[in-house]
Design a protein around this ligand. Structure first.
Ligand SMILES: [Mg+2]
Ligand SMILES: [Zn+2]
Length: 191
């Protein structure tokens, strides 16, 4: 049977929002995030990162740097006995300056490409899955892919709710952090 998954945005959801990260030491976990991921790991729920990373398209750094950042993220999680089942990222941006990455793709959130690919590769039931993030585009991608949605007021989430960033959205739920959201998700799936 297809499984429900936990789709997580990266910046402002798992790690502390720090803009375009050019030094490894600036990628740090939000307190409590690893413990939540570990708990879903223990419940054998696929935990899948889906992140827009337009740095390569903007010419800020090569795509290999995104991989290095993800190696650090994996290491920080591993130190707390947590892991991601998969990482999907979109390096594209239609208005970028590096031609190889600068086109309108289907994978940049809110496009559903990353979630649809994950569903195919990991046999996921999107209708029972959750997409959790701190931007309007995280809620939009969840709706576009047919998942449930949670907006976190960590990162940019409060500005989204206040109408000061991107656009207002109607997520299924709103929580202050991943740590606060996880009971809701667990209850929905297991209790
Ligand atoms: Mg984010
Ligand atoms: Zn893309």
């Amino acid at each position: 049977m297809a499984k429900a998954a936990l789709f997580l945005d990266r910046d402002g959801t798992v790690n502390i929002e720090a803009g375009y990260i050019r030094e490894l030491k600036n990628l740090n976990l939000i307190p409590g995030a690893a413990a939540v991921i570990r708990e879903f790991n223990q419940h054998q729920v696929p935990v899948i990162l889906a992140t827009n990373q337009a740095g390569p398209a903007r010419g800020y750094y090569p795509e290999s740097w995104v991989d290095q950042l993800h190696e650090r993220l994996i290491g920080l999680l591993k130190a707390e006995d947590a892991f991601l089942d998969a990482i999907y990222y979109c390096p594209h941006l239609a208005e970028g300056i590096v031609p190889e990455y600068s086109y309108a793709c289907n994978c940049r959130k809110p496009g559903p490409g990353m979630l649809l690919q994950a569903a195919k590769e990991h046999d996921l039931d999107l209708s029972r899955s959750y997409m959790i993030g701190d931007k309007a585009t995280d809620i939009d991608v969840g709706k576009n892919a047919g998942t449930k949605t949670i907006l976190l007021t960590s990162g940019y989430g409060q500005d989204v709710l206040d109408g000061n960033y991107q656009h207002r959205v109607r997520p299924d739920h709103i929580f202050a952090s991943l740590a606060e959201a996880h009971q809701k998700v667990l209850k929905d799936w297991f209790f």
